[in-house]
Design a binder for this molecule. Sequence first.
Ligand SMILES: *Cc1c(COP(=O)(O)O)cnc(C)c1O
Length: 495
Amino acid sequence: MGAEPLYLAPRLGKRMRSLVESPGLLHTLSDALGSPLHVLVPDQLAANVAQFRAVFSRHRLSGQVFFAHKANRSGALLRRLAATDAGVDVASLAELQHALGAGLTPDRIVATGPKNPEFLWLAARTSVTVGVDSRGELETLAALVRRHTLPRARVLLRLSGFEASGVRVLSRRSRFGTPAGESEALLKAAERHGDVIDVTGVAYHLDTTSLTEKATALEGCLRVLEECRGRGLRPSAVDIGGGFGLDYLADGAQWERYTSELTAAVLGSRPPLTWGGHGYGLRNEAGTLRGTLGLYPAHRPVSGPRYLDELLAHPAASYGGRPLAGLLLEHLYDLHVEPGRALLDQCGLTLAKVLEVREQGNGGALLVRLAAKADDIALEQHGVLVDPVLVPRDPALPGPGPVAAHLFGSLCLETDLITRRTVFLPHRPEPGDVLAFANTAGYCMDFHATRAQRQPGARKVAAWQDGGAWRWCLDDLYWPTASMDTGGHDMGGAQ
Ligand SMILES: *Cc1c(COP(=O)(O)O)cnc(C)c1O
């Protein structure tokens, strides 16, 4: 390949870097447990919780960090979480059962999302706080509590459709939550069911990267909280959901360069950078660039705890421009956050073994087939473009490089591409080498995984550092006693 490589190097924290620099361990693991293999680092989750906590302290706010369980099904992560002071946001009956069994007590659990009667019953039975989506759900819950003589149910009222100036709807449409403009009927219902329902707060979760959209939603919640107090309800918490984001890339300049070269490729002024000339949402209409880039902003320096910090410092337009944190503090409201992806930053990687390396007759990119399906490493489904780390079987014999490659999955399906992007690797991979995809713990391990072609699901292991050495066990067998007895209790050194 004559073309200059366009790398998108992954951002690697201390623990993750140490893991990818342990080729012996990674090869032993994938030889023993198969490919693909997910490796989780539960201690990193504890370190990330501490980073979110530090933002609360900086703004002198009380409240709780709830990990959004749906981002990863791992038992090791949940049990490690139970050993911190954080809580969990569960979105199904099985997730609730999992959380209770992992040692999270009901006061540390919030139940959100679409709910069936069994999920609602178990939440109410155990006094888990329920994020109610609509007035209908509130009525259903109240009826359930009465019929089964359950304890008073603790609820958060989930809102959506916030308006900035009373005219322009700023937040995007959501199928979840009651439109803020229709909160009156919801509050009346809550009052009517006051004997069985306890409104502990209001909530939103917006799937957006926009700070102003989220600030508008938070201001909307503050107004509804005032309305609640006017009616004699005594809610004390604002739950601002998740969506704090993650910075996948080590180098912002590589991202800038890649996206401008992709644009050039779509316009035909350079060779294609993708399989079949795919444009990731961009297209060439008679020499004019159309469409929008449908990719995750993989270089996102203001993400995770920093994003929360900026949101809290954001001026509240409808409250004379005062910072949002000041308004929360003044009313002594508790702040609840529900990060999924952001809390899993640097918490896991996925290993995939190289099965075959084929040259194309025309001197084009190498065709590299991996022992993994695209849905086992779902970075592409989330629009995240980031390079894997090549872990050679024999580090003493690096192949020639750099090389361009297309990464294919193991399904008998044209579209089973690990990524549609042409990936540049520092050396030519060989069969038996392993590619390590960093930062797959958030949504990219099991959210999309299938059992297509009867291929087995990827196994998961939990790994932790004991002095200078890595130790590991199957995800199912991990309990916090393992890593916390061996120095994994170090909550600092988050990166
Ligand atoms: C998915 C979800 C989250 C987590 O979102 P992230 O983008 O992973 O932070 C939090 N709260 C609710 C209600 C959700 O549905």
